[in-house]
Design a protein around this ligand. Structure first.
Ligand code: ADP
Ligand code: ADP
Length: 223
């Protein structure tokens, strides 16, 4: 379903070339749950941003089903991102003046075609993840674990082919982290394809495969 071939990405830092990704090959099957680990600066976020079509590689190919994303123009890749990819961030990125329900419906604001069933889907997602009583609350009234679960609901609204998460439990206390981890495991059990960056060995243990990056290369793969 997903195939990266020889992906390279270089940044310039003070006149020096930094090879953030240095020839990454990676295939991910539909329904697979993959964790990415590695030291700070090893390229984890860059790889996730390439997978999420937020960042373009300098060279290499990226197929998501029939689409080749690395060579798409910005409009095409942002359209594809909205339709097919869900993104979850460490710091939630919920908008503080919108209710939880409105936040979960945000991906519909950017959709080319409005989906009349989206609100019903948002409500049932929120109910399913235990936030049925919080839909009209503002983010400021929720705990960290509730915020991250709402952010996951938002990422799932458009029923993405691929769910990506960058350190999803990095800002949470250990109990909330367990709640979020259980939600991710349940999504995986229901067939969601997921890739997440984590430092947390408990999360990596739930994944089917852990890819260790070092200096922009795949260093080791654990199954
Ligand atoms: P990780 O997520 O593993 O910490 P990153 O993908 O964030 O690693 O970064 C990989 C390398 O690329 C690092 O050396 C980092 O400093 C560099 N880098 C990442 N993003 C940028 C950027 N926007 N501009 C310049 N250098 C960057
Ligand atoms: P966190 O600290 O929650 O992990 P960051 O703000 O570091 O999140 O974002 C992770 C990456 O995603 C960064 O490279 C950033 O450029 C990108 N990013 C952050 N927010 C958005 C957004 N709303 N839409 C698209 N890209 C984003």
């Amino acid at each position: 379903m997903i195939a990266l071939q020889n992906i390279r990405k270089t940044y310039l830092q003070g006149g020096n070339e930094i090879r953030a990704l240095d020839g990454i090959d990676l295939s991910i099957a539909k329904g697979e749950f993959v964790a990415i680990m590695g030291p700070s600066g090893s390229g984890k976020s860059t790889l996730l941003n390439v997978l999420g079509a937020l960042d373009k590689p300098d060279s290499g190919t990226y197929h998501l089903d029939a689409d080749e994303i690395a060579s798409m123009d910005d409009d095409a890749s942002s359209d594809l991102r909205n339709r097919r990819i869900g993104f979850v961030f460490q710091s939630f990125h919920l908008l503080p003046r919108l209710t939880v329900l409105e936040n979960v419906l945000l991906p519909q604001r950017y959709a080319a075609v409005l989906d009349p069933s989206a609100e019903q889907r948002a409500r049932s997602l929120l109910t399913r993840i235990g936030l049925g009583q919080r839909m009209t609350h503002l983010p400021g009234e929720l705990s960290g674990g509730q915020l991250q679960r709402a952010a996951i609901a938002r990422a799932l609204l458009n029923q993405p082919a691929l769910l990506l998460a960058d350190e999803p439990t990095g800002n949470l206390d250990s109990k909330s982290a367990v709640d979020v981890l259980e939600l991710l495991a349940e999504l995986h059990a229901n067939g969601q394809t997921m890739v997440l960056v984590t430092h947390d060995p408990n999360i990596a243990a739930k994944a089917q495969r852990t890819i260790h990056l070092k200096d922009g290369k795949v260093d080791e793969v654990q199954v």
